[in-house]
Design a protein around this ligand. Structure first.
Ligand code: URA
Length: 192
């Protein structure tokens, strides 16, 4: 799948990104965690969650007593979307077209891993599976229903949404509180 995704031109993001970044981790994992898109470091290294947001996520998984070996990490969108400011590449939220274009890759990863739980980190990940009106606020930390249209051929894993780890990074004085909320939601995921 990684090989096939390298040549993906399903939307325009391939033109400026370094490479497509597919999921990583055990294909027998119980948890499949979905972020938004690779960041600048992930874009260069070709692996999801290797930058600062990944550190927050690793720490939160550990606090929630979830074994990292039992997690497959991926993103809703496989190419980095950014705008350039001088030498810096500034993250831009993927749009609906980009999220929908990438959805077959995400569904294929879920079918491949067949996790027990899918954890959606943030609005873009939620919107990829649950539609454009999805918001994290009212939906987080509890089991969610899969949409009516049968997205998966196989069984549907439990589904839970929480905040994106980069919200913790941007949290300023509320950073610990936000981190604790993320951890509480991950603990909830382990109970599903
Ligand atoms: N943010 C994401 O959503 N995914 C990554 O892989 C890195 C940062």
């Amino acid at each position: 799948m990684t090989e096939a995704a390298r040549g993906c031109k399903g939307c325009g993001l391939y033109r400026h990104a370094t490479q497509s970044v597919m999921g990583a981790g055990s294909t027998h994992a119980s948890y499949l965690v979905v972020g938004e898109q690779p960041g600048a470091q992930e874009d260069q290294q070709g692996e999801p969650f290797v930058g600062p947001a990944g550190q927050v996520l690793d720490d939160a998984l550990e606090r929630a007593a979830i074994d990292p070996q039992d997690v497959f990490m991926t993103n809703a969108v496989k190419h980095f979307r950014f705008r350039e400011r001088g030498k810096r590449r500034i993250h831009q939220t993927p749009n609906r077209t980009q999220i929908v274009a990438c959805r077959p890759w995400l569904l294929a990863e879920i079918e491949m891993v067949q996790p027990e739980v899918v954890v959606l980190l943030g609005a873009s990940a939620g919107q990829a599976l649950l539609g454009p009106s999805f918001r994290v606020g009212s939906s987080r930390g509890r089991r969610l229903r899969w949409p009516g249209d049968r997205l998966l051929q196989g069984p549907c894993p439990a589904l839970l949404a929480t905040i994106h780890p980069s919200a913790v990074l941007r949290g300023g004085e509320r950073r610990e509180e936000l981190r604790d909320g993320l951890v509480a939601d991950l603990r909830q995921a382990s109970r599903l």
